[in-house]
Design a binder for this molecule. Structure first.
Ligand code: SF4
Length: 101
């Protein structure tokens, strides 16, 4: 079963954000999905857009590219700070992460 089927997201657009207040700076997310996550010089992880720009506003989101969904979900599952949140764009319901149902 694919990650998508498991979550029942049905190919809906997803976005991801990081709560930097809880980030431990271990860099696991940046190893799993370097296209989406990056550590900044402050030692914390941030999401970045396809234009490679780090989004540093609190709660900033970027779209999750479908080919990277598994890597992003694995990052959220393994994140020691439990601070990676993946949610549906349409209703902002978290589908992976500490607040997922
Ligand atoms: S995996 Fe989680 S705690 Fe670790 S750097 Fe990424 S966001 Fe921070």
């Amino acid at each position: 079963m694919s990650v998508q089927q498991e979550a029942g997201t049905g190919g809906e657009a997803l976005e991801v954000w990081i709560d930097q207040d809880l980030c431990t700076g271990d860099g696991i997310c940046a190893q799993y999905a370097p296209e989406v996550f990056e550590l900044d010089i402050d030692g914390l992880a941030y999401v970045k857009s396809t234009a490679e720009e780090l989004q540093q506003a609190p709660g900033a989101t970027v779209p999750v590219p479908l080919p990277l969904l598994t890597d992003v979900v694995d990052s959220a599952r393994e994140c020691p700070g439990e601070c990676i949140h993946v949610r549906r764009v349409s209703d902002r319901v978290e589908v992976y992460g500490p607040d997922a149902g």
